[in-house]
Design a protein around this ligand. Structure first.
Ligand code: OGA
Ligand code: NI
Length: 357
């Protein structure tokens, strides 16, 4: 009996996932259809549902406009070693550009569904990939989130292939983030005790992917999750969130809220930088909880360089290893690590274990 029941529910799930996918309109499509209950494909495992937290944490704020470069580097070093996350202000990206980036992502997700559907795909080689849950068929639970993304550097798609409702701001915002990345990688190089151009010379700041997330308001937010816990796979992430909130990071074994700070950008260390720093800098787990308040949008820009020459190998940086601190990871191409990450679901074993020596 029990077995038959298990098989039946597994079968149902596969069918339900497929019919959800085939709507090509994501979670937003469910809301548009007026659903009042969260479908079960989105349910989180109850044992993991202890998700409300009263802990909120002021992430270290790094003022990039400061003239005290040594202090800036020290703050970045401490935050990257201890929390894996920090915020930046006076980062050079105008508030108007940030707001327009969020508005552009909102316009994409709220546009006419027939136009939006044309971008719906699971083929990552397309210039724009829009879908709900990249790991829909491999993850134990679907997330309450829709996403579109494009690789914007080093070789962006022709502008006319980007979504009309947001292409201008995608290009403008990505260019601004690339410039900011140049500065951040110089500061992080120095925080590691390396010359400022070290990480840039390795092309860490050259590849950028633009992800526009939408977390529609959820009628039963305790039953599901906006983004399941994960680490980011690239070198570094620049996150722009709107004022709704919901981002949490795992700090000292506790989930803590990262409340939005107007005008600030959230920066976090990715797996590849943790690996290259031989675990000095931390790629920290984070997630996004679903909310009832309203539809939340965010822009996550990943420095990941996946279109760079495929043969270039990245491993623990020679200057950072020694007899006492031997390399903990084997070398990889960015492409191989990205492919591996894409093939795993969020919430699995830490993906960096894949490279562990
Ligand atoms: C991500 C991510 C957080 C957010 O895209 O990897 O963690 O607030 N996003 O959307
Ligand atoms: Ni992330």
């Amino acid at each position: 009996m029990a077995l038959a029941k298990t098989i039946a529910s597994v079968y149902d799930r596969a069918t339900e996932l497929k019919s959800f996918d085939q709507t090509k309109s994501g979670v937003q499509g469910l809301i548009d259809a007026g659903i009042k209950q969260v479908p079960r494909i989105f349910f989180i495992n109850q044992s993991k549902s202890i998700r409300k937290t009263s802990n909120s944490l002021e992430l270290p704020v790094v003022d990039l406009g400061s003239t005290d470069r040594a202090l800036t580097i020290e703050k970045i070093r401490m935050a990257s070693e201890n929390m894996g996350f920090f915020q930046v202000v006076n980062h050079g990206i105008p508030l108007s550009v940030m707001n327009e980036a969020l508005q552009g992502v909102r316009r994409f997700h709220e546009q006419d569904v027939e136009i939006k559907k044309r971008f719906y795909t699971r083929d990552a080689s397309r210039p724009v990939v829009y879908n709900s849950n990249f790991d829909l068929y491999t993850s134990p639970t679907a997330n309450w989130r829709d996403t579109f993304f494009s690789f914007m550097a080093p070789s962006p798609p022709p502008p006319e292939e980007l979504p009309e409702v947001c292409r201008d701001i995608q290009i403008e915002y990505s260019n601004q983030v690339l410039k900011l990345g140049g500065l951040l990688f110089r500061l992080i190089s120095e925080a590691l005790g390396l010359k400022p151009s070290y990480l840039g010379d390795l092309d860490c700041d050259k590849g950028l992917a633009f992800f526009g997330h939408c977390y529609p308001a959820c009628p039963q937010p305790d039953l599901t999750m906006g983004t399941t816990k994960h680490t980011d796979t690239g070198f570094l992430t620049v996150l722009l969130q709107d004022d709704i909130g919901g981002l949490q990071i795992l700090h000292q074994n506790q989930w803590v809220d990262v409340p939005p700070t107007p005008g600030a950008l959230v920066i976090n260390i990715g797996d590849l930088l943790q690996m290259m720093s031989n675990d000095k800098l931390k790629s920290v787990e984070h997630r996004v909880v679903a909310n009832e308040k309203g539809s939340r949008v965010s822009v996550a820009c990943f420095f990941s360089n996946s279109l760079a020459p495929l043969t270039k190998l990245y491993g623990p940086i020679k200057e950072l290893v020694s007899d006492e601190n031997p390399p903990r990871y084997r070398e990889t191409t960015v492409h191989d690590y990205m492919q591996y990450s894409l093939s795993t679901a969020l919430d699995g074993a830490p993906r960096l274990l894949h490279l562990k020596l």
